[in-house]
Design a binder for this molecule. Structure first.
Ligand code: AMP
Ligand code: ZN
Length: 669
């Protein structure tokens, strides 16, 4: 037993170290494959020896724990806020106050740090092990979100070197731009409203109930201050260096300087440079470096006297609101857009700004002719932040949110609890129609060769296309007169459309553009219900009983099939010969696969995970992403997700490695 315990502990140690090299130092010394193998080894040992489990084992990074509601816990050391300034004059006044308190002749050093724009967090470590992660909350108490924070790879679960026995460390959890944009690309594909900025998305992510979803979000954590009794440091800068030694991600950008002029230099430098940082900062934090002087200066009710945040102005301008226009998206969502008297903000001319929704317009009591403040900050599109009260438009010119669609005049609809208005005319509103056809022909749906989004727009303008069914009635003589349509391209287009009739049912289903039915869900539905007729009859319960399908998707499917217009579109498509059922001949059904539920995890030698999944589906199996009591097989490759394996053991799911999977497949059916 002791031997196994030692082995497990040694493996954890080694893996923590490789994690640190990979995520903190950016300097791995083994390949991902080797890492996965070690992790796998550890995982096996942990599964065989459940009494040696450790919540901070490197195998725990994938999440799995679900928190229904987060417990509120007090902070041992309060989390203060920072006083803010936007001007260098105020910064000099701050320095003067310091000198007054500390004595003119005191030599004051400052640390200058970036002010990361994310969600603040306090981590508690005991004997070098992460035991608690609490949000700032109101500064005195916050939410215990340890389960979620444990999944963030840059948060060390176990420390190195000579850390204190018990201490807290504060930092910021952020979502770098790249990850933020990736998440939004996904939302765009699903026709869901985009996330507005990384900060809100980061703090929203931390409050998710399912930690395995948090694990998939590309969050990171930077640390910037220590709290505790008898800490082994005498200055803020030492604290940063020590924290780095103990294994925390402490950005290299912090500087120790000895004059307020040098502070200004730092501020000026980052004012430009921040634009090329991979994440968002909203200012600079300046701290008196000596902890001894910090103690002497103390706190006000809200903030330390020894620190101050210099905030960069989100570049702002004021200009006249000329009009409000309304845009209609593919899903019918209405976005109000302010039309402005052109104004230059940070080098670009701004003519339009986003207004979020009807509530914002009402709250601001906006009127045409108002002088409005426009800001270009962390958001993607400039936004209106307020109205100049000295320069108001007339009361009778106030902006009243439209009640009818600007494109088709249908009444707008607002779902209870949602801020967005939608055009109710899903089937014949022009931007919705064009958008739907463009979605249908898209690469991930029907992938119609010879037909692009722009051509769809042209054909629509000519009155040749109103719905996806119209595609299948296009005639050569109709298309030929259209601009840029040569004989050859028309032939290609028609051939592409003809060929699309062979595209499998799941692609057709995805192409229909049912709200919330993305690629994976379409596949899932096609597999479960086999044909459009069967799917159209599905009940809410049948739908929600399908793996990965929740209430929201189920309701949207029901709504879709309830519409008579949709029903007639489907029967038209059927008559044109599109695939409306999962053809058995498309598949190589195998008795041991049909109706069985598979989960695939890890890396395989012979095939990629994607190939393996589609092979299973072709043989009649279903692939789900998480192991449940309904799962039949877990196909486990190198580095299989530890929580998957754990659940498989718990539910008695058969675990197949690559070899035994091949054997199953080759067994005569
Ligand atoms: P505010 O939210 O404007 O009161 O600013 C205070 C917050 O700035 C703190 O709660 C931290 O979350 C955050 N912050 C970001 N970077 C730093 C840093 N380097 N040092 C201290 N606080 C920081
Ligand atoms: Zn409309």
């Amino acid at each position: 037993m002791q031997e196994i315990r030692n082995k497990i502990e040694a493996l954890r140690e080694v893996l923590h170290d490789h994690n640190h090299r990979y995520y903190i130092l950016d300097d791995p010394i083994i390949s991902d494959y080797e890492f996965d193998q070690l992790l796998q080894q550890l995982n096996e040992l942990e599964v065989q020896n459940p009494d040696l489990t450790d919540l901070n084992s490197p195998t725990r990074r994938v999440g799995g724990g679900v928190t229904k509601s987060f417990e509120t816990v007090p902070h041992k050391y309060p989390m203060y806020s920072l006083s803010n300034t936007y001007s260098k004059e105020e910064l000099m006044q701050w320095e003067e106050r310091l000198r007054k308190s500390l004595g003119e002749e005191t030599q004051i050093e400052y640390t200058c740090e970036l002010k990361f724009d994310g969600a603040s967090i306090s981590l508690t470590y005991e004997n070098g092990i992460l035991i608690k992660a609490i949000t700032r909350g109101d500064g005195l108490q916050g939410d215990n979100i340890t389960t979620n924070v444990r999944t963030i790879k840059t948060v060390p679960l176990k420390l190195k070197s000579d850390f204190p026995k018990f201490f807290e460390i504060r930092g910021e959890i952020l979502l770098p731009w790249e990850g933020f944009h990736k998440m939004n690309e996904q939302r765009a594909i699903l026709g869901e409203p985009l996330y507005r900025n990384p900060r809100n998305t980061a703090s929203g992510s931390l409050k998710l109930q399912d930690s395995s979803i948090v694990a998939e979000r590309p969050l990171t954590c930077f640390l910037y201050s220590l709290a505790g009794d008898n800490l082994p440091v005498t200055s803020q800068y030492d604290a940063l260096i020590k924290a780095r030694e103990w294994g925390f991600k402490v950005p290299e950008s912090a500087r120790l300087v000895n004059s307020i002029d040098a502070v200004f230099e730092f501020i000026t430098y980052w004012e430009e440079q921040r634009k090329s940082l991979p994440y968002e900062i909203d200012g600079i934090v300046i701290k008196v470096n000596s902890l001894f002087l910090q103690e002497e200066l103390g706190f006000t009710a809200k903030a330390p006297r020894w620190a101050i945040a210099y905030k960069y102005k989100a570049e702002q301008a004021s200009t006249r609101l000329n009009a409000v226009q309304y845009q209609v998206g593919r899903t019918g969502a209405i976005t109000p857009v302010a039309q402005l008297e052109p104004v230059v903000i940070s080098g670009t001319t701004v003519k339009r700004a986003s207004l979020h929704n009807a509530d914002q317009i009402e709250k601001l009591d906006m009127r045409i002719g108002d002088t409005v403040f426009v800001e270009k900050g962390g958001e993607i599109i400039p936004k209106i932040t307020g109205i100049d009260n000295h320069n108001r438009g007339k009361h009778e010119d106030r902006v009243l949110f439209i009640e009818n669609c600007p494109e088709c005049n249908s009444p707008l609809r607002r779902v209870q609890g949602e801020a967005q208005h939608y055009c109710s005319n899903e089937l014949s509103c022009p931007p919705q129609q064009i958008g739907k056809i463009q979605h249908f022909i898209g690469r991930k749906a029907m992938d119609i060769e010879g037909l692009g989004g722009e051509t769809v727009g042209l054909l629509y303008k000519e009155g040749l296309l109103r719905s996806i069914a119209d595609l299948y009635q296009l005639k050569k003589e109709q298309v030929l007169p259209i601009e840029r349509m040569a004989e050859k391209s028309v032939a290609n287009l028609l051939e592409g459309i003809e060929k699309s009739k062979e595209k499998p049912f799941s692609k057709v289903l995805f192409g229909l553009g049912i709200r919330y039915v993305g690629e994976t869900v379409a596949k899932q539905l096609a597999r479960e219900f086999k044909s459009i007729d069967r799917l159209a009859l599905a009940t809410l319960e049948e739908l929600t009983n399908t793996e990965e399908i929740g209430d929201r998707i189920a309701q949207s499917v029901l709504d879709y099939f309830a519409s008579t217009k949709n029903q007639s579109q489907i029967s038209a498509l059927k008559n044109f010969g599109l695939q409306m059922q999962a053809l058995e001949s498309e598949h190589n059904f195998h008795d041991d696969f049909v109706g069985k539920k598979f989960v695939v995890s890890g890396v395989f030698e012979v095939f990629s995970r994607e190939v393996l999944k589609s092979e299973i589906e072709n043989m009649g199996g279903k692939v789900a992403s998480s192991v449940s009591a309904k799962t039949d097989y877990l196909i486990s490759g190198e580095g299989v997700g530890p929580s998957k394996k754990e659940k498989a053991d718990k539910f008695g799911v058969t675990i197949l490695d690559e070899k035994s999977y091949l054997a199953l497949k080759q067994k005569p059916s």
